[in-house]
Design a protein around this ligand. Structure first.
Ligand code: ATP
Ligand code: MG
Length: 587
């Protein structure tokens, strides 16, 4: 391919609102353009990488017998009403009406449509299991689209769904897909981890997310340094920190202690001369479950952070949010900082298990300027609901699984998720099969997603330097960037064009920078920015000595040889690069 004909424009600077590396580099290298917030054009170079990744996904899924199909992006409301998600799915679901007034949405995911297809086409246990997938543009009206392709509103996803006669078979397939995902991300040579993740209020027995590790990742991951336990911090089981002995229980008392400007309970504790473990802190949450809305309180040690996801799951709530400060102050009758659980007698109170056995704590007394001392949660809370694991795990915590290691913290980009769905959709949508006895049963389902465009961006988040992208071979838009220096020189253009053809004939993908009237420096800069694995250079000076060059983008190693050796040299470099990648894959 001749670069003079390629649809591409490179930029020295990234747009101001590009705040992660992949977005900056993809925009600077002319791979993507922003059409609207969270909606991007995938220009030819980007689309080549995207298609290559799609091919990897297809190959690995087809090895496991998955079948590809393509469902409509536009989905009728009726299906979503049947599953119950029409009212439950929030504003991320873009809904609209057609000219006849029929209600539709743009698919953010396809459980309803696939369940409809399967219920109409599969009758017997003999047809099960079945695993179907598609690769398609999804639309989610994200509240904060950002980070380029990492959190778009329109993005490409691989979504797969499997259907089974029983639970055990769904479990088996879960691990088949888990391993397929490991192969898929290993092939990219990126560092990734499968992590245990929250399966939300819809329960489901288990789910893993696959995360590419990168500082720009939106998720916090904790991984034990001694065993395999790796989890999204939303889900991480926090170890129970043993309560410190605070002596014999004293009666609850109240004292004035006003330190203007100090808001957090941890700071309050310090100002009051208490150790963090002698002070408690309190959060007031509002939960909704179906039509029901109710307030609940969470009590924690002052130096621990709350994990609302744990409380939401414990309550089986659909949504759990902090009560707005003004409202909480209204309920309490005190300023924020002095709100506490004791007087809020009508509110059920959930206490973190690291406070089990702790007595004589401090807490806000619901009167501005006042605190309680000698607070004993179990004794003093009218609607005490018990001690539970409610806090966020943190780096350094002892691993509750093995009891030996400690958590290390990472940032991760969620590139995929495998999920055991159970019968949620098959029951609500009557997707049933006849078993061997001729009895009707709901199918057991699994679902499996990969963020295709997000993965391509995540690859860049792990593979770049100050000069630009460093593409791993398998998803590089082209493998060889062939630069003609002094492109107008007939000798150069003759040799370069010949090499382009020879390399292509040998199966390599070549972008030939044949642009005339450009300085070598400008071409080198563009080549580094675009970051294909190998850069071949043909220049008038070198040709005089019978020499061309090949440079490895990652190692910067340069080899010089006669033009006739180009194909052999490129082949050897590819073999070396792929061997290194196999070693790096999954590390
Ligand atoms: P997130 O927690 O990041 O919002 P999710 O858990 O809601 O993602 P899933 O429903 O699991 O996403 O979708 C499957 C995959 O699609 C995700 O693992 C992710 O890689 C990708 N994905 C989800 N939302 C986006 C988005 N807004 N932009 C790009 N990719 C996305
Ligand atoms: Mg997910």
């Amino acid at each position: 391919m001749k670069q003079s004909k390629l649809l591409i424009q490179t930029f020295r600077e990234a747009p101001r609102d590009a705040d992660v590396v992949s977005q900056q580099l993809m925009m600077r290298s002319g791979m993507i353009m922003k059409l609207a917030a969270g909606i991007y054009d995938y220009l030819p170079l980007a689309y080549r990488s995207i298609r290559k990744f799609q091919e990897i996904v297809r190959e690995e899924l087809e090895k496991d017998g998955c079948q590809e199909l393509l469902m409509p992006a536009v989905q009728p409301a009726e299906l979503w009403q049947e599953s119950g998600r029409w009212s439950f799915y929030g504003k991320e679901l873009l809904r609209f009406k057609d000219r006849k007034g029929g209600e539709f949405c743009l698919g953010p995911t396809h459980e309803e449509v696939i369940t409809d297809i399967v219920r109409k086409n599969v009758r017997s246990y003999k047809q099960l299991p079945m695993n179907l997938f598609q690769i398609q543009s999804k639309f989610r009206d994200e509240i904060r689209p950002r980070f380029g392709l990492m959190r778009g509103r329109e993005f490409i996803m691989k979504d797969g769904y499997s259907f089974h006669a029983d639970d055990a078979d769904a479990d088996r397939e879960y691990w088949v897909m888990f391993n397929a995902y490991k192969r898929i991300f290993s092939r990219l040579g990126v560092k990734f981890r499968p992590v245990e993740a929250d399966s939300g209020a819809i329960g489901g027995s288990f789910t893993h997310e696959f995360h590419v590790l990168a500082g720009s990742g939106e998720d916090a991951i904790l991984s034990c340094d001694a065993c395999d336990y790796t989890s999204n911090s939303e889900k991480t089981e926090a170890p129970q920190v043993p309560a410190v002995d605070h002596g014999a229980e004293q009666p609850l008392s109240k004292a004035h202690f006003h330190t203007p400007g100090i808001i957090t309970m941890e700071e309050q504790a310090k100002a009051m001369g208490l150790e963090a473990h002698q002070a408690s802190k309190f959060y007031l949450f509002r939960a909704s479950k179906g039509e029901d809305t109710f307030d609940v309180g969470m009590v924690l040690r002052s130096d621990h952070e709350p994990n609302p996801v744990k409380l939401r799951n414990l309550l089986g709530a659909d949504v759990l949010e902090l009560v707005p400060v003004a409202e909480a102050e209204g309920l309490s009758g005190a300023q924020s900082g002095f709100i506490g659980p004791v007087e809020l007698e009508k509110i059920p109170m959930y206490v973190d298990r690291s406070l089990e056995g702790a007595v004589n704590l401090s807490c806000g007394a619901n009167q501005t300027g006042y605190h309680h001392f000698n607070f004993n949660p179990k004794r003093d809370l009218k609607l005490f609901k018990g001690y539970f694991d409610l806090r966020l795990g943190v780096e350094g915590d002892t691993c509750p699984r093995c009891g030996n290691g400690h958590f290390q913290a990472f940032r991760g980009i969620e590139v995929g998720q495998v999920f055991k769905l159970g019968t949620k959709y098959s029951k609500s949508m009557n997707c049933v099969f006849l078993d061997e006895q001729g009895k009707e049963n709901p199918m057991v389902m699994g679902c499996y997603g990969i963020g295709v465009t997000r993965t391509v961006a995540a690859v860049i988040e792990q593979n770049y330097d100050a000069d630009g992208i460093i593409w791993p071979w398998p998803v590089a838009p082209y493998q060889v960037h062939l630069l003609s220096l002094d492109a107008a020189n007939p000798d150069v253009s003759e040799v370069a064009t010949r090499l382009e053809k020879e390399l292509e004939a040998a199966g390599f993908e070549v972008l030939h920078d044949d642009r005339e009237g450009m300085s070598p420096g400008a071409k080198f800069k563009d080549a580094d920015l675009l970051g294909f694995p190998l850069r071949a250079v043909v220049g008038a000076k070198g040709l005089k000595d019978g020499i061309v060059e090949l440079r490895d983008r990652r190692t910067k190693e340069v080899r010089k040889f006669a033009p006739e050796a180009m194909v052999a040299e490129v082949s050897a470099a590819r073999d070396r690069i792929l061997a290194e990648l196999r070693e790096a894959g999954g590390r």
